[in-house]
Design a protein around this ligand. Structure first.
Ligand SMILES: *Cc1c(COP(=O)(O)O)cnc(C)c1O
Ligand code: SF4
Length: 378
């Protein structure tokens, strides 16, 4: 079962089980660098604010910066709202790795990277048409932890955690606890996958599948490798963007040595994300021979101009990564303040077509529950 893994030779299973034993005695010293960085990520709005030299109002750690951003937008807040925002933040707290923070401009409360991760009182706004499950995930469960919406491909909710909390996230309310956890628990779902010969591509998603350790990924890939009708393994991940140190040679080897064709789909929204260690991580993936695609979400006040989108696309293609999708925002409760009009998105795409090579222009899409694929907005 664990054939073809890691080094691809017969000693691989032994190496893996030895590694597993070491996991249980792992200390913060011998943890991989990326795991240490994740453990040390910023988890409070107050600290985030402080690190950027932005003023935090009041003293409560979770509501101060949100209040600041609310105030910035000209809002006044009642105490009751503060209490409910605290409740929201308890469910979906601030999470920002140091690497991503470094790419923000100090003292700029409108920094496009900051706005993706900064909680706001607007998350409490009730907007018509917004719900907890705007994309019909709950109706598409193929087996516990596996969604199938489209022919030929199935999506595995491998883990609930991410390395960053994006305030617009469409899965911010997903019932992750209903997904299997250990590989043993995945058994019955993998059996169903084994029985469905129509599925050629497995998409590892979450959460973010790359928060899993190399050891756990190796075991999972081993199981998937052994399902004969699968041909491709796709990874939907934001870690190469927000925590680039995750992209190690060891990680790339796991996918390079899989029987399945790997495809990485990363998620960057703004050109300022594609610099320094992040740009280097993209180059590592591309040089490893793995196709790298990007999906972005059109976000009001963050990347909703042609200039910004064009620069994002240019930085990606200059590194060998291809713009794949530009998503119209999914209508998840708490994210209405990020929505832009579809007419604007269409205009941006038309203008991109006039400036960039055909392969550099992403497809502008929206997810409509019940449709057999993403719906292109043209
Ligand atoms: C978006 C999505 C996919 C992938 O769609 P592609 O058009 O192949 O990128 C697959 N499964 C689910 C459940 C999805 O939401
Ligand atoms: S990384 Fe992806 S899944 Fe995680 S919070 Fe951001 S958008 Fe959501």
């Amino acid at each position: 079962m664990i054939k073809n893994l890691a080094s691809g030779d017969k000693t691989a299973p032994k190496t893996i089980s030895r590694d597993q034993e070491t996991i249980s005695v792992i200390t913060s010293k011998n943890k991989p660098q990326w795991q240490r960085e994740l453990a040390n990520a910023i988890r409070s709005a107050d600290l985030l604010c402080e690190r950027l030299g932005l003023k935090a109002i009041g003293s409560d750690a979770t509501t101060t910066q949100a209040k600041a951003s609310g105030a910035e937008a000209g809002m006044t807040q009642k105490d009751g709202d503060e209490a409910s925002l605290s409740a929201v933040l308890e469910q979906f707290p601030v999470l920002v790795p140091e690497s991503f923070l470094k790419r923000m401009t100090p003292q700029n409360p409108r920094d496009p990277l900051l706005l993706q991760v900064l909680p706001s009182f607007h998350e409490l706004d009730k907007a018509v048409g917004y719900s907890f499950d705007p994309v019909g995930d709950r109706q598409s469960v193929f087996a516990p932890g596996i969604l199938q919406k489209y022919p030929g491909r199935a999506l595995m909710i491998t883990v609930g955690q991410c390395a960053v909390h994006c305030r617009y996230c469409f899965r911010r309310n997903y019932p992750y606890h209903q997904s299997p956890r250990s590989l043993e628990q995945w058994g019955p779902s993998l059996d169903k996958l084994r029985q469905n010969r129509q599925i050629e591509e497995i998409i590892l998603s979450g959460g973010d599948p790359l928060v899993l350790s190399d050891q756990r990924l190796a075991k999972l890939i081993g199981q998937l490798d052994a399902i004969n009708h699968l041909k491709r393994i796709r990874v939907h991940t934001r870690l190469p963007i927000v925590l680039p140190s995750r992209v190690t040679e060891g990680l790339l080897d796991l996918f390079r040595h899989s029987r399945l064709q790997p495809i990485f789909v990363v998620h960057a929204n703004h050109p300022n994300e594609i610099v320094d260690d992040c740009a280097e991580a993209i180059v590592r993936m591309v040089r490893a021979g793995i196709p790298v695609l990007n999906q972005a979400v059109l976000l009001k006040g963050i990347n909703d101009t042609t200039g910004t989108q064009a620069e994002l696309c240019r930085r990606l293609i200059n590194l060998g990564a291809i713009p794949y999708y530009l998503h119209q925002l999914d209508r998840i409760e708490g994210a209405a303040h990020f929505e832009t009009g579809v007419a604007l998105g269409k205009k941006i795409i038309e203008e991109l077509k006039q400036q960039l090579p055909g392969y550099a222009v992403p497809k502008y899409v929206r997810e409509i529950p019940g449709e057999p694929g993403k719906t292109e907005l043209t």
